[in-house]
Design a protein around this ligand. Structure first.
Ligand code: MN
Length: 265
């Protein structure tokens, strides 16, 4: 077995990074016990929040070192949904089985900030995506479609982030037909959102329920949630790097999500 040849494109990429012609944007929500999480209504069971437990801190249990245990649900903070998370994807990949090639791809950013400011329950439509494609070109193979909604500004308060009242959680998402169309008519890798889950807050009442989960995970596509800083990305041309932990049997994982873009002049 011989080593692969050098790839000039990588040399060029790394030179551009070093010279500041490329910028790395962190799309990840910081992970702490205060990170907003989904709260399912009874009788459904909820995950535990993220927790950090000190084991030693340069003291008797570990005089020269500090280390912690982490306690967390899989679907906490910025995280990836793997196909097996949903019943429609139950025979698909768990998070450790996802082909790593698919964790790097192009980012397509669709801006719904104005629509969501007027209506927190706004649902992305096929017409919205087609209008985006008319301006920026067809969604290509391996693309992550990222929905910019402005929701990230609510991330400091779980109450504002979940926006729940007597009628449910009012957060934006994707209409049923659009979820089906994106999952079956476009060869994208997944959908990324700023909200706590890839489906709208009221999507439990849709038919099918939670259509993004239903169609995306059932069609070997992925979800990404609680993204930030999408406003720092161009509509097209950024590269996304998604890094879930390879939890064997895992249905998802908190993930660091990085975007590489051209540097602002
Ligand atoms: Mn999830």
């Amino acid at each position: 077995m011989t080593n692969p040849p050098p790839a000039p494109v990588l040399t060029e990429f790394l030179d551009a990074l070093l010279a500041g012609r490329l910028e790395v944007v962190d799309l990840t929500t910081p992970l702490s016990s205060a990170t907003p999480a989904l709260r399912l209504p009874a009788p459904f069971a909820n995950l535990i929040d993220f927790g950090l437990e000190e084991v030693s801190a340069y003291n008797e249990p570990g005089p020269f070192w500090r280390h912690n245990n982490i306690h967390t649900g899989e679907h906490i903070g910025t995280h990836l949904d793997a196909p097996v998370h949903w019943i429609t994807g139950r025979d698909g990949d768990d998070v450790s089985q996802i082909p790593v090639r698919r964790l790097i791809g192009s980012a397509a950013v669709l801006d719904l900030t104005a629509q969501v400011a007027a209506d927190p329950d706004y649902l992305l439509t096929v017409a919205d995506v087609e209008a985006w494609e008319d301006r920026h070109g067809r969604l290509t193979t391996g693309t992550w479609l990222l929905l910019r909604t402005g929701w990230e500004v609510r991330g400091g308060s779980e109450a504002e982030f979940l926006n729940t009242d007597d009628t449910g959680s009012h957060t934006p998402g994707v209409a049923v037909e659009c979820a089906r169309w994106l999952a079956t008519e476009r060869d994208i890798t997944g959908l990324g959102v700023e909200t706590v889950g890839v489906d709208a807050g009221l999507a439990g009442g849709f038919d099918p329920a939670f259509p993004v989960h239903h169609y995306f995970l059932g069609n070997d596509k992925y979800g990404l949630t609680s993204l930030r800083n999408l406003g720092r990305l161009p509509a097209t041309g950024a590269m996304l790097v998604v890094s879930p932990l390879p939890i064997v049997g895992g249905t998802g994982s908190p993930s660091r999500v990085l975007a590489v873009t051209g540097a602002a002049a």
